[in-house]
Ligand binder design. Structure first.
Ligand SMILES: N[C@@H](CCC(=O)N[C@@H](CS)C(=O)NCC(=O)O)C(=O)O
Length: 244
């Protein structure tokens, strides 16, 4: 347990009824904090409380983004600075806590992230959005349903109606496997994307898989059957202990 006095960072996270981190974007940052052993504490926010809470802290909105206020957000206590948005947070943490080092970008990592976002991302969305709502509090459920259905233009449940889910996963099978193979490019040197030690891409992958695992083991299992995902996920296991 990190005491109030020891904490260097406050991590603003997304609340769920399991009282552990499930957001993929927050997991990316949590993995960095755990990997670098930075003492931190977590503040869980309900969906409808994210914007008012972060606004109240004086954080400027991200005007380009669909959601102007998002988690993860961190408060770096020693410098009393707030940072929102996971790639920016990763850069801040890397500059303030350079040891152990975490490569944030690589050409291979970029290829994997692009492929994963384009291929596996939409399948995750289909399978996870209708199930994520089941682990939210009633207030967050109301917010989540309203905002997601505004974007979708139809009820959330329709995403997995009939055999839509099976069809979605079937359609991406080859590409999902190819992304997994890319993850194994440096398998002779070690289980991580770049080989023997982790990079931000590993945390991107492991964060997405951990999100699936907390929301629905079935979705997690679908990915774990492809070579590549499993190796990265398991190799990141040592930094998944602190979940809240
Ligand atoms: N670009 C952001 C995206 C993070 C994101 O989408 N966070 C979600 C939770 S997983 C959020 O805060 N959504 C706010 C909302 O839906 O109002 C990042 O990588 O940090």
């Amino acid at each position: 347990m990190v005491t109030e006095a020891e904490a260097q960072i406050v991590l603003y996270d997304l609340a769920c009824t399991k009282n552990i981190c499930f957001s993929p974007a927050v997991w990316r940052i949590r993995l960095i904090l755990n990997y670098k052993q930075i003492p931190y504490k977590t503040v869980f926010l309900e969906f409808p409380d994210i914007e008012p809470t972060l606004k109240e802290l004086g954080i400027p909105p991200n005007e380009q983004a669909k959601h102007k206020y998002t988690v993860p957000t961190i408060h770096h206590i020693p410098t009393n600075t707030y940072t929102m948005d996971s790639p920016t947070i990763a850069r801040v943490l890397e500059s303030k806590y350079p040891s152990p080092p975490l490569p944030l970008t690589s050409e291979l990592g970029r290829q994997i992230e692009v492929k994963a976002r384009a291929v596996v991302g939409p399948a995750f969305y289909t399978s996870l959005v209708p199930r994520e709502i089941l682990i939210l509090s009633p207030r967050s459920q109301e917010y989540f349903r309203r905002t997601r259905e505004e974007t979708l233009g139809h009820p959330i449940g329709e995403l997995i109606a009939g055999n839509k889910e099976e069809k979605t996963w079937k359609a991406i099978e080859e590409d999902a496997r190819a992304a997994g193979e890319l993850m194994r490019t440096n398998k002779d040197e070690g289980p991580f994307v770049l080989g023997a030690s982790p990079s931000f891409t590993d945390f991107f992958i492991a964060g997405a898989l951990q999100n699936a695992r907390v929301v629905d083991e079935g979705v997690f299992d679908r990915c774990m059957q492809y070579p590549g995902y499993k190796e990265v996920y398991e190799a990141c296991g040592p930094w998944m202990g602190k979940k809240s």
